[in-house]
Ligand binder design. Structure first.
Ligand SMILES: NC(=O)c1ccc[n+]([C@@H]2O[C@H](COP(=O)([O-])OP(=O)(O)OC[C@H]3O[C@@H](n4cnc5c(N)ncnc54)[C@H](OP(=O)(O)O)[C@@H]3O)[C@@H](O)[C@H]2O)c1
Length: 306
């Protein structure tokens, strides 16, 4: 099948991608919007007129970013609201408070390579719970608001780290496997892509388009657990504004209207790979597999029903 291509690339910035976009009257949520690539993602949406809510763990700390975005863009409709994606009560409280149509949901928050096995209150591996399942529950909790928007976009921020592991359905929580921080990150990010595949099928009837992406390599707080371990060659490193470009493209480009279930990197649809390439580019076949996607959807509903 022909890959979707755009005129943008690895060095494109969020501002360039959004240049001709008008988001006035639209509402957007960016999870993790007060740090790293979440900041230029939220700022770009606000700069083009959207009312933007940064969904964050620390609402007070996020207030500074809210003020900076308002000062930079002149858009006063920028807010912070508390959301801990590893805590189901927090997710339920957040979604219960959301009352207006939601045009753009950017599932951006994430943790990477937690050194030791960490479980949530519900006994779920922390990276799977935060990066994937929390966003799954959040999106379903906001489903009516997304449907009310008419043609909403959901953007699922994955990673080239997904090439490190498929979802291991028989042992998602490392009850049997030895825990490995990178395998757990890889599993969670494969789950994020499978979510886009499954959700795009299940939510399309409500006008909700869901896609996944790899933002690229950007020096952010994400690397808090890995010290100097990640040695990305300088030519592959991006600025946060470049890292936010693919999220903004999937959230706003007219070209993506009604086109869901794709995985993008560097602002273009990525080719499917059957083996992890040395440059970590491309998307693993297992992460786009519709049988895996359906299985993960059902598994996720079961996990939330426990
Ligand atoms: N940077 C890269 O090179 C890179 C590469 C590939 C993919 N990504 C993906 O890009 C996304 C953004 O990462 P980033 O690089 O911008 O990192 P970042 O600066 O660390 O931002 C991640 C955000 O997620 C938030 N977060 C973590 N756990 C959370 C939880 N339980 N509930 C709610 N929010 C939570 C963090 O909040 P706190 O500030 O409270 O910790 C932070 O705001 C992530 O999904 C990451 O996996 C990044």
């Amino acid at each position: 099948m022909q890959l979707i291509t755009t005129g943008f690339g690895m060095r494109s910035t969020a501002a360039e991608v959004a240049a001709s976009v008008n988001l006035r009257g639209k509402h957007a949520i960016v999870t993790g919007g007060a740090s790293g690539i979440g900041v230029p993602t939220a700022l770009t949406l606000a700069a083009h007129g959207a009312a933007v809510t940064l969904a964050v763990r620390n609402e007070l700390a996020a207030q500074k970013v809210v003020e900076e975005i308002i000062a930079t863009t002149g858009n006063k409709n920028v807010y912070a609201a508390t959301l801990d994606l590893s805590n189901r009560k927090s997710i339920r409280e957040f979604t219960a408070k959301w009352k207006c149509p939601l045009h753009i949901l950017i599932n951006n928050a994430g943790v990477m390579a937690i050194p030791d096995l960490q479980l949530t209150e519900d006994g779920l591996e922390m990276q799977f719970a935060t990066n994937y399942l929390g966003h799954f529950e959040l999106t379903l909790g906001l489903r009516e608001a997304l449907a009310a928007a008419g043609n909403a976009r959901v953007v699922a921020v994955s990673s080239s780290g997904h090439l490190l592991s498929p979802v291991i359905f028989d042992d998602i929580n490392f009850d049997f496997r030895f825990y490995d921080p990178w395998v757990a990150y890889g599993q969670s990010k494969s789950a994020v892509i499978l979510f886009a595949v499954a959700a795009s099928k299940r939510l399309a009837h409500a006008g909700i388009t869901v896609n996944a992406l790899n933002p690229g390599a950007i020096a952010t707080n994400l690397q808090r657990h890995v010290g100097g371990q990640l040695k990305t060659p300088p030519e592959l490193q991006k600025t946060p504004e470049q890292g936010a470009a693919t999220s903004i493209l999937l959230a706003t480009a007219p070209l993506m209207e009604g086109k869901g279930g794709h995985y993008f990197e560097n602002c273009n649809e990525a080719p499917v790979v059957s083996k992890r390439p040395a440059d970590y580019q491309g998307v693993a076949a297992y992460a786009l597999d519709s049988i895996n996607a359906d299985r993960l959807w059902e598994t996720s509903l079961e996990l939330l029903a426990r």
